[in-house]
Design a protein around this ligand. Sequence first.
Ligand SMILES: Cc1ncc(COP(=O)(O)O)c(C=O)c1O
Length: 394
Amino acid sequence: MTEDRDSHLDTRIVHAGLDPHAHHGIVNPPVYHASTILKPTLAEWEASNRAGYQGYSYGRSGTPTSRAFETAMEQLYHCDTAIAVPSGLAAIALALIGLTKAGDHVLVTDSAYYPTRRLCNTVLARYGVTATYYDPLLGAGIADLIQDNTSLVITESPGSVTFEIQDIPAIVAAAHARGAKVMIDNTWATAVHFNPFVHGVDVVVEAATKYVAGHSDVMVGVTLAGPELGPRLRSLANNLGYCCGPDDLYLALRGLRTISVRLARQQETGLLLARWFSARGEVARVLHPALPDDPGHVLWRRDFCGACGLFSVVSEPLPEAAGAAFVDGLKLFGLGASWGGYESLVMPSDPRKIRSATSWSEPGPLLRFHAGLEDPEDLIADLEAGFIRLNAAL
Ligand SMILES: Cc1ncc(COP(=O)(O)O)c(C=O)c1O
C-alpha cells in the first residue's frame, strides 16, 4: 500500500487505507469476518504469538478490514497509531484508562460530553483517580489547577452542547510544563477542520459514529496517538478485548470517503440556519463559534479551518408547552441523540444539569440543532412553521 502522507487532505480522504491490488483490483477493502485465523506451520504459529508480530493472529486483535480503517485515520491525522474501537465513548474510555493510574488526578473541561464526565465520576473514581472540572475558557490559566499528580487534561473543543472554543495550544503548553498529557475529543471538528496533533495534543479521540460514518447507522470510535503513547493504548485495547464489527468498520471507511463534501455542505447550511436564528426575536443567543460575535470566534479562526453542522440555540424564556409546540411539529428535524449523519436533528439539553465548575445563566431553554443535507430553504420553512406554532402557544 502506498503510504501517502504528503498530498492534500481531500486526496488522502479518498485514497487513505486503500490497497485495491491486494484484493483483485476491488476498490474498497473487503469485509473480513474473522475469529480464528489459521497458521500454515508451527513456526508461523509461534511467530504469531511473539510481541511485535505484524500479521493477523486472531479476529479480536485486528483484520485487514480494521487495519484499512485505522490506516486511513492515521493518514488523515498524520499520526502513528489509530485504534478502532466499538464507539466514540469506548475511544474516550480507552484514552482515560490508558493515561491514568490509581492516585492520579485529571482535569476535565466543564463542557465535556456528559458520558465523559460520568466515566470520570464513576469508573475512574472507583480506581482511585480524582477529577477536577474546569472552566473551558480558562486557557493558560489551567496551570493553576495542575497538581503534582495531574496526569491528564481532558478537552473538548468546542463543547458539543455549549460550543465553547478552548485555547488548546495554551492548555497543551501549561500541561506539558508539568508533565501532564492532553486529550481532546475532536468529534465536532474531525480531521478535516482541526488537527490537534499539530498543536501538541497527545491523544485524540473521535466518535466516527458521527461525521466519519456519516449515515446514522454505525457505532465506531477511534483513539489516535503518536509513537510514545500509541503502543501503550493499542496494548490496552487488546487487554480490554476492544474490537469492532467488520461491517461497521467497512461502513465507517465508506462514509469517510465523502466526509469533506458532506462537511462543506453541512457547514454552509449550519451557518445559514445559525444566522437565521440570530435574527429571530424569540432567540436569546445562538452558540456557534463561526459566528463573528461568538465569544470563541477569534480562537476558532486562529486554530480551525471550518465548522460542522452542529450548533445550539438558546431561546428567550418560554412556557414548556410553547417549546413543545415548536419541536413536536417539526417535519425535517428528527428529535434524537447523536449527529453527523446526513439528516437534520434537534435535541433539547439543559447545561445546568451537566456542569459543576461553571454556572449556566442563559434565560431560556437550549435546543441543539444538526444541519443535514436537505435543501436549506425547506429547513428554514420547517423552522418558520415551528415559530408560528410556538408563538400561538404563548
Ligand atoms: C462529542 C461527543 N463525543 C463522543 C460521543 C460518543 O460517541 P458514540 O455515540 O459513538 O459513543 C458523542 C456522542 O454523541 C459526542 O457527541
